[in-house]
Design a protein around this ligand. Structure first.
Ligand SMILES: NC(=O)C1=CN([C@@H]2O[C@H](COP(=O)(O)OP(=O)(O)OC[C@H]3O[C@@H](n4cnc5c(N)ncnc54)[C@H](OP(=O)(O)O)[C@@H]3O)[C@@H](O)[C@H]2O)C=CC1
Ligand SMILES: CCCCCCCCCCCCCCCC(=O)[C@@H](N)CO
Length: 335
């Protein structure tokens, strides 16, 4: 009797362990040599650096963005990173937010010229900052969802069927640290980046049996033309809070996120704050290695404790700025 109970208990524990360990098995890394990588938003900033990084690994690249002049300039820069003379950079101009059909025809063109897409990098995006009231009630909310969210859905939809047939592929979504934490001044921007995570989690669960791996990248502020544009009108609070996480160079961001996508990691965090933030907010997102799982289990409580200090300092930044604004308003009135 005792023996039967022991064997049964052993089997139960064994099955439970198998269930626990099965999601932790790491995917086989993708090799970029000769692979076709499509980068939306590839003509500037982070996207351009991702294209250059992939080119350095021997990939063939399709750059997708709206402005043709910027595309041609970026193509020249990417070509300088060649490691063999067979590599090709293709440029296609399209607005990724203007509906599925246009995007599908662009992906078709790219596949005809350079073959099936092995990796898609959804990096086209923009930011609009300002307080909830400043952002107004006009098209701007819609615009951010169209470009940052739907502009990632359409290209993904256009490549996924072929990837499933070939039983291989990588999809990257470039979110932001502001896609893990809602910040002052990002009431319109943050939701468009949070949305990408929901999409990525659901898509990863559907695609895993087809050997397709999804990565969501969460960069901090990064020194790009888009960031310079954002800074022209960004509220002081947003700038001060974001400074916590520092400013990265786009080359550095590209290195980290490309490495994670090739390894098939679901989460790609950039910088120490990014690492803490992504471990803290891992929730039910897929885990791709035993080390990652263990780190999350061990660090979560500690990171939550650290987070309380950060939240306290963010509250104090917001309060200080409010008091200062009110004082300068009162002074203006007196004059
Ligand atoms: N820089 C930062 O601080 C951070 C940026 N990010 C995210 O990284 C991504 C890239 O940012 P960054 O490099 O700073 O931005 P840039 O403004 O420097 O580059 C944006 C790229 O996206 C393209 N693009 C923009 N809108 C569209 C559209 N509707 N259709 C097609 N292409 C479009 C632009 O080309 P064109 O205008 O010609 O279309 C350009 O190639 C964005 O998604 C951003 O939200 C995340 C965290 C931090
Ligand atoms: C243990 C807990 C650690 C918590 C750390 C919190 C750090 C928060 C910093 C958030 C920075 C947001 C940058 C957004 C960049 C961006 O997307 C725009 N620049 C786009 O143009």
């Amino acid at each position: 009797m005792l023996l039967v109970t022991l064997v049964a208990a052993f089997i139960v524990v064994f099955v439970l362990l198998l269930y626990m360990i099965s999601p932790l098995i790491s995917p086989k890394p993708l090799k970029l040599n000769g692979a076709h990588v499509v980068v939306t938003g590839g003509s500037s900033g982070i996207g351009k650096c991702i294209a250059m990084e992939c080119y350095k690994h021997g990939a063939f690249i399709t750059l997708v963005a709206r402005d043709e002049h910027k595309l041609v300039q970026a193509k020249k820069e990417v070509e300088k990173c060649a490691i063999n003379d067979k590599q090709v950079v293709l440029c296609i101009s399209v607005d990724v937010s203007k509906g599925y059909n246009q995007v599908e025809s662009v992906i078709k063109q790219a596949q005809e010229k350079l073959g099936p897409v092995d990796m898609l990098v959804n990096c086209a995006g923009m930011s609009i900052s300002g307080t909830f009231e400043e952002v107004g009630v006009d098209r701007r909310w819609v615009k951010l969802m169209e470009v940052n969210y739907l502009g990632s859905v359409y290209p993904t939809r256009a490549v996924i069927t072929t990837m499933k047939e070939r039983r291989m592929g990588r999809i990257m979504f470039v979110s932001s640290q502001a896609g893990l934490i809602g910040l002052f001044g990002y009431t319109a921007y943050s939701p468009s980046k949070f949305a990408l995570r929901g999409l990525a989690e659901a898509l990863q669960m559907e695609m895993k049996p087809y050997n397709i791996y999804v990565t969501v990248a969460y960069p901090p502020d990064t020194d790009t033309p888009g960031f310079a544009e954002e800074n022209k009108t960004k509220p002081l609070e947003t700038r001060l809070i974001s400074e916590t996480s520092g400013v990265c160079q786009p080359e550095q961001v590209a290195k980290v996120v490309v490495k994670d996508a090739l390894q098939g990691n679901f989460t790609s965090a950039v910088g120490p704050d990014g690492y803490m933030l992504s471990a803290l907010t891992c929730g039910m997102s897929p885990v791709t290695s035993i080390t990652e799982g263990l780190q999350q289990i061990v660090t979560m409580g500690l990171f939550r404790t650290i987070a309380l200090f950060y939240l306290g300092s963010f509250d104090s930044i917001v309060r200080h700025c409010m008091i200062q604004r009110e004082q300068s308003k009162a002074a203006d009135k007196r004059e």
